[in-house]
Design a binder for this molecule. Sequence first.
Ligand SMILES: Cc1cc2nc3c(=O)[nH]c(=O)nc-3n(C[C@H](O)[C@H](O)[C@H](O)COP(=O)(O)O)c2cc1C
Length: 289
Amino acid sequence: MTHPYVNELRARFGLDVALGDGEVPDEPWLHKMLTRRTQRRYADRAVPESLVRLLLAAAFSASSKSDFQQASVIWLRDRARRDRLAALFPDMPWIGAAPVFLVFLGDSRRLERIGALRGHAQDNGALEGFFNAAVDAALAMQSCVLAAETLGLGSCPISVLRNRIGEVAELLRLPDKVFPVAGLCLGYPAQAGFVSMRLPMDATVHVDAYDDSGLAAAVDGYDRRRDSRHSIADRQRAPERFGTAQFYGWSEDKARQAKTAEGGGFATWLKAHGFTSDEPGDEPGDEPG
Ligand SMILES: Cc1cc2nc3c(=O)[nH]c(=O)nc-3n(C[C@H](O)[C@H](O)[C@H](O)COP(=O)(O)O)c2cc1C
């Protein structure tokens, strides 16, 4: 176990993680990255505009599928508009309270417009176009998150925006084929926060071929480790529906959470705004990409 990240990996996985033979470089940034955390409470300290622009530049430095560059961001600066957005999600007051609020968008529209500008009109609303834009936006957001944390800021992605997609899209004046992947709260953290423990890599890393035969045991162990660090036994979700579990761990909590559908209306909204779940259509005579 003689590697420089023993403490960070213990914090992240609740385990002593062996990296195997061979030395690994001791990189200060990686120590920070391995213990990164979401922050939902922010200090009363302004984030200068120049810093936000720097973080946006980092966001748009993310890799991009086919170099199509299908992410966009709305920097929500107008107080009244932000308040109207925040009022839609009273359970998450950090949406209104964060010093900075960005919305990361999958932008399948821009590539279509560029096609039209160059005289090669195409429809980018098939599943492939949607998916590529969603991935680009997610990569841009996480690049922004990591850049922010590197500079001592905290952040919280906000995908709950999609739960009220109609109102959010109207507020942000989203045209067809542009959709929110998530908002992002940014600010200097008001507290240290904590490292959220992850599933063991036995459950998430497969060598050569997919094999989840050890899942049940891996999850049981994870539940116990997580519970011994931070019990959620007194916060059982919907006991009137699911009963009261004798042992209430992460997996019971997530299974209950996932049983209540989220994002209702998003698929319908996407269909009404230019997307299909079809295979992409090839224009006859076009070169494959
Ligand atoms: C795509 C995405 C959407 C999220 N949406 C929300 C959200 O709507 N509200 C919220 O409070 N946290 C949200 N989060 C934060 C997660 O709850 C958080 O990342 C998770 O609990 C793990 O914690 P950690 O980031 O500190 O490791 C989101 C995270 C991601 C990646």
